[in-house]
Design a protein around this ligand. Structure first.
Ligand SMILES: [Zn+2]
Length: 270
């Protein structure tokens, strides 16, 4: 099953691609954004023919990656070949995408294998896209290489997977404290439009980020309070109001879990 949507917000064009190899399992779609001559994130390798066809008529001078995950970096190499352009990425992202990295079966199922993209250029302090100026900002928490791009005069935040929404589950390795710290920093910026790769918020994006921060802070508070009162992991999960999604957890081979949120609160505190 393939899905596809588009959005337009001023000069920013959004393209969403989704793929699932079987009809009864929904795709897990991802957005890429195009601005003037710059493509931000590249979608999953399973959608490569559609993605290459979509961007074949565009002039892409540069591709920017927010982080290494396969649904963002999956077509960087192919699009670079198609447009003979450069790929810009943070140093850790550049290192990770320079060779194929192992994927879990569910990642291969929805997103597809990795086409290595060596020799990416490092993110400069400011990326120019026509009249627009994008400032990369490191935002840890979702992954240890994540960057967002801020366009201050337009009030845009190209958010990669920084926002996504009020998470009911965590992916293995996500760190709630880093996420909270990055979110507090981002809230110091002026922006209204959140070009998120899974959940775009075109108006009042900053309020959405503020809500997410309060949500994460409340989870930390509840879990630490419960821990002080001697609760076990199951009870701690219950006080957060979250529920383990057993079917998802099973399909995703334990890589995503509500318990990882609780675990991060307990184990990632410095
Ligand atoms: Zn991601």
């Amino acid at each position: 099953m393939r899905t596809r949507s588009t959005l337009r917000h001023g000069p920013v064009e959004g393209y969403q691609f989704g793929y699932s190899p079987v009809r009864f399992v929904k795709p897990f779609p991802v957005w890429c954004y195009f601005l003037h001559d710059t493509l931000i994130d590249t979608g999953q390798q399973h959608c490569q023919p559609d993605i290459l066809a979509t961007f074949s008529q565009k002039t892409i001078r540069q591709i920017v990656l927010t982080h290494f995950h396969e649904d963002h970096s999956g077509n960087a190499a192919a699009l670079r070949r198609q447009h003979n352009c450069r790929v810009l990425a943070g140093s850790l992202t550049a290192q990770r995408i320079s060779h194929a990295f192992p994927l879990m079966p569910y990642e291969k199922f929805w997103f597809g294998a990795i086409d290595p993209c060596p020799d990416a250029d490092l993110l400069p302090a400011v990326i120019e896209a026509g009249l627009y100026r994008l400032t990369p900002i490191s935002t840890l928490g979702h992954s240890d290489d994540h960057h967002v791009l801020h366009e201050p005069s337009e009030g845009w935040l190209f958010a990669g997977d920084f926002y996504v929404g009020n998470l009911k589950v965590f992916r293995r390795g996500e760190n709630i404290y880093q996420m909270i710290e990055a979110t507090r920093e981002i809230l110091k910026l002026d922006f209204d439009t959140l070009f998120c790769c899974h959940n775009p918020v075109l108006k009042n994006g900053k309020a959405a980020v503020q809500r997410k921060l309060s949500y994460l802070e409340t989870i930390v508070e509840k879990v630490l309070d419960g821990q002080a009162r001697g609760m076990n992991r199951q009870e701690l999960l219950k006080v957060t109001g979250l529920q383990e999604q057993w079917l998802t957890k099973f399909i995703i081979q334990n890589d995503v879990s509500a318990n990882y949120l609780v675990r991060s609160v307990l184990e990632d505190k410095e």
